[in-house]
Design a protein. Structure first.
Length: 295
C-alpha cells in the first residue's frame, strides 16, 4: 500500500499536516516565521511527518508552461498607482515586469505546492543499518519505526537518501511516517489522505496507484502541461521504486527531491568483501612474519 500525491491539485491548505499530527500525536514543531513563503516547517523530520512545500517560482525557471498573458489595467487603477508608495510584504512581486503601469502580467510567478512524506522505499537503507530491528517492513509494505525498540543510535538518519528520518531532541529516538499503521490494521486509510479536500493525496495499492498516476500524467500532457512528470513510480530506479508516488510539475530538485535517489547501502556487500580480502591479506602477512621470526 502507498500514496499517490498529485501536486497539480494541491492547494497548500496543510490539512494533511494537521491530520497527521493529531492522529499520531506528533509534537508541535514550531510556528515560526521562516521567511520562506508560507512554509513554516521547511522539511520532513522527527516532528514533521507530512510537509507541504510552497515553491514560489518566478517565470522563466524550470520547464514550466505558465500561460502568462498581459491584461489591461483599468485607468482609475493606473492613476491611483502613480500616487502610491510600494511596500514590500516579503512576497513575490506581481507588478509590471517591464516598468509600464498600464499593462502588467496577470502573474509573474506560480505556486508549486506539494505534500511530501516518507517514501517507504522498496530497498530501504534505514532497514539495512538499524542494529536493533526497530525498523521493520509491515505486511502493507510500509517501513515503520518501533519507538520502544529504537536505541537512538541515529544510523538511519544519514542512511535515508531523502532526508526523511529525524531524531527528537527530548528523547533521542528516531521518528517518521508510519503510513498510519494502526489505521490500516482496522481497514482505514491514513489520516492525511482521509482529510485531503482535493484528493491530492490518494491511498491504495501501489501497482494500482502507478496506473492511476500514468493516466493522470497523460491527461496533463494532453492538456499541454509538458513539464509534468512522475517521481518514485519506477521499480527499476535506485531504490527499487517507492510506496509514495508523486506527480510533479517541474524538476524534482525544484521541490527539494533528489533527481536520482540511490539506496545508500548499495555498495555495502562489495565493501565487506573488500574488507574481508584486506583482513585475509593482513593475516597472511602476520602469519608469514611470525613464521619467519621463528625460523
Amino acid at each position: 500500500m502507498g500514496f499517490f500525491t498529485d501536486t497539480s491539485v494541491c492547494i497548500g491548505c496543510k490539512a494533511c499536516e494537521v491530520a497527521c499530527k493529531e492522529w499520531n500525536a506528533v509534537p508541535e514543531d514550531g510556528l515560526n516565521f521562516t521567511a520562506m513563503s508560507y512554509d513554516n516547517t521547511v522539511g520532513l523530520g522527527a516532528d514533521t511527518w507530512r510537509h507541504v512545500a510552497f515553491v514560489e517560482q518566478p517565470r522563466g525557471l524550470g520547464g514550466q508552461e505558465s500561460g502568462l498573458t498581459v491584461v489591461d489595467v483599468p485607468e482609475p487603477t493606473v492613476e491611483r498607482a502613480h500616487t502610491r508608495t510600494p511596500v514590500s510584504l516579503g512576497m513575490p512581486a506581481s507588478g509590471p515586469g517591464d516598468g509600464r503601469v498600464g499593462g502588467v502580467p496577470d502573474m509573474d510567478f506560480r505556486w508549486l505546492m506539494a505534500s511530501d512524506v516518507c517514501k517507504h522505499c522498496t530497498h530501504a537503507a534505514c532497514l539495512d543499518v538499524c542494529p536493533t530491528g526497530a525498523l521493520f517492513r509491515t505486511e502493507f509494505g510500509s517501513v515503520v519505526v518501533q519507538e520502544d525498540v529504537c536505541n537512538g543510535c541515529g544510523y538511519c538518519v544519514p542512511a535515508c537518501p531523502f532526508g526523511v528520518i529525524g531524531k527528537r531532541e527530548d528523547d533521542g529516538r528516531a521518528w517518521k511516517c508510519t503510513l498510519c499503521y494502526d489505521r490500516l490494521g482496522v481497514g482505514q486509510e491514513p489520516a492525511c489522505a482521509k482529510t485531503c479536500p482535493t484528493d491530492s493525496i490518494q491511498f491504495g495499492e501501489v501497482e494500482e496507484l502507478r496506473e492511476r498516476a500514468a493516466r493522470r500524467l497523460a491527461q496533463l500532457h494532453d492538456a499541454g502541461v509538458g513539464s509534468a512528470r512522475l517521481y518514485g513510480h519506477d521499480p527499476d530506479d535506485g531504490v527499487g521504486g517507492t510506496g509514495s508516488i508523486f506527480l510533479l510539475l517541474d524538476e524534482p530538485e525544484v521541490y527539494g527531491l533528489p533527481p536520482d535517489p540511490v539506496v545508500t547501502t548499495r555498495d555495502l556487500p562489495s565493501m565487506w568483501r573488500h574488507a574481508a580480502v584486506a583482513a585475509g591479506a593482513l593475516l597472511a602477512v602476520l602469519a608469514a612474519v611470525s613464521w619467519g621470526s621463528r625460523t
